[in-house]
Design a protein around this ligand. Structure first.
Ligand code: PHE
Length: 349
C-alpha cells in the first residue's frame, strides 16, 4: 500500500516538476511535496506504526524517494537560476578579433572649421559665435544696412513669424535666420573693448534657389580685428598667412573695390587658384583667381552702433564662404553634397 503510494507521489512529482517554470513555482512545489503538511511527511510519520518487516522495505524507499525529490528540486533550481545563460554558447573566445564598429566621419565642413580654428587660435585669435536666429538689429541695422536695402527683402532673408522685443527701446523687432556671420560683429563688440581679434565660423541662411554652387543653408566664417591702428595691410597679411597655411602653398590675395554698408572701403576678396596657382584651369574657370567673399575696413557707423566712440578705433572684417574653401581643399564639385546626408560622400573624408 505505502509502496504504491510512494511510487505514485514520486511519479506525480516528476510530472509537476516539468511544469515549474520559475523559482517561485519551484518553491511551491517543494512545499507541496516535502513541506510539513505534505503527503510525504505523513508517510514518514506513519513509518513508526508499521511492522518491523514493512519498515525495512518502506523506510529506505521513502527516504530514497525523498532524497530523489529534493535533489531534483535543487538541480532544477540551479537550472532556473542559470536560465538564459547557456554556458556553452556564451563561452567567450577572447582571441577572436572584435567586430569593427563604424566610428562615423566628420563632414568636410567640420574638418575645415577645425583647421581654420587651429590656424587662427595659433595666431592669437579668439573663436566666437552667435545665434542662428538673429534680430533685425544685429543682422542689419547695426551693420549700417539701410532699411530698404534689397538684402532685407523676402527673397534673400528667411524671416520668422515671431518677433522679439528690442532690448533698447522695447519695440517689436523682426527675427530672421541670420543671413551673414557679420551679425555676430556688433554683438561681440557690445561685450568687449578693443583691441581684439576674433573669427566666427557658422551657419547662415538665404532664400536662394540651389544649384551646384548655391545652397540656402551654408557656412561662412567671419573675421573681425579691431584696434587703434589696424589697416588694409593687416587684413591682406593675415589673410595671406592664413590661406597659405590652410592650403599648404603660397597663396596670393587680391582685393577689388566693392560695396558693403558695414565696411569702408569695401572689397571683393580673391585668392590665387589653389589648383593651378594662378595660371588658369577648370577649377577657377581659367581666371587664375577664386572669389571668396567680402572684406573691408569696419565702417565707423558700425562702431557707433556697438557703443564705441567714433574715430577711436579702426578694424578689418571679412566674411568668406566655407563651402567654397572645402570644395577647393577636398576637390568637391557640388555644394549640395555637404548637406545631402549621403554616407557615400561623407565616408570619403
Ligand atoms: N557679410 C558679407 C556677406 O555675407 C561679407 C562681408 C563680411 C563683407 C565682412 C565685408 C566685411 O556677403
Amino acid at each position: 500500500m505505502q509502496k504504491e503510494k510512494i511510487e505514485g507521489i514520486r511519479k506525480q512529482f516528476f510530472v509537476d516538476l516539468e511544469t515549474a517554470g520559475n523559482e517561485a513555482e519551484l518553491f511551491d512545489l517543494e512545499k507541496k511535496y516535502l513541506g510539513r503538511k505534505s503527503e510525504f511527511t505523513e508517510i514518514m510519520k506513519s513509518l513508526g506504526s508499521l511492522s518491523a518487516e514493512d519498515k525495512k522495505v518502506v523506510g529506505p524507499l521513502a527516504n530514497g524517494a525523498r532524497k530523489e525529490i529534493s535533489d531534483a528540486i535543487e538541480v532544477k533550481r540551479t537550472a532556473l537560476r542559470n536560465k538564459g545563460f547557456d554556458f556553452e554558447s556564451e563561452k567567450i573566445d577572447i582571441t577572436i578579433p572584435g567586430n569593427k564598429r563604424g566610428a562615423g566621419h566628420l563632414n568636410p565642413i567640420s574638418l575645415i572649421v577645425n583647421d581654420i580654428q587651429d590656424i587662427f587660435t595659433a595666431m592669437g585669435f579668439e573663436v566666437s559665435d552667435g545665434p542662428e536666429i538673429e534680430t533685425e538689429f544685429y543682422n542689419f541695422d547695426a551693420l549700417n544696412i539701410p532699411e530698404h536695402h534689397p538684402a532685407r527683402d523676402m527673397q534673400d532673408t528667411f524671416w520668422l513669424k515671431q518677433a522679439a522685443k528690442n532690448k533698447k527701446n522695447g519695440s517689436e523687432e523682426r527675427l530672421s535666420m541670420r543671413s551673414q556671420t557679420s551679425a555676430a560683429q556688433v554683438k561681440y563688440m557690445e561685450q568687449h573693448t578693443p583691441p581684439f581679434k576674433i573669427i566666427v565660423p557658422g551657419k547662415v541662411f538665404r532664400s536662394e534657389a540651389t544649384d551646384s554652387t548655391h545652397e540656402h543653408t551654408f557656412y561662412q566664417f567671419e573675421s573681425l580685428v579691431v584696434g587703434e591702428n589696424i589697416n588694409v595691410g593687416n587684413l591682406k597679411f593675415v589673410a595671406q598667412e592664413f590661406f597659405s597655411l590652410l592650403f599648404k602653398q603660397d597663396v596670393k590675395v587680391r582685393l577689388r573695390p566693392s560695396y558693403f554698408p558695414f565696411v569702408e572701403p569695401g572689397f571683393e576678396f580673391d585668392i590665387t587658384c589653389t589648383v593651378c596657382h594662378g595660371k588658369g584651369c577648370k577649377a577657377c574657370r581659367y581666371g587664375g583667381w577664386l572669389e571668396l567673399g567680402g572684406a573691408g575696413m569696419v565702417n565707423q557707423n558700425v562702431f557707433e552702433a556697438a557703443g564705441y566712440p567714433r574715430g577711436k578705433y579702426t578694424g578689418f572684417a571679412w566674411g568668406f564662404g566655407l563651402e567654397r574653401l572645402a570644395m577647393m581643399k577636398y576637390k568637391i564639385d557640388d555644394v549640395r553634397l555637404f548637406h545631402s546626408g549621403d554616407l557615400r560622400f561623407i565616408r570619403q573624408f
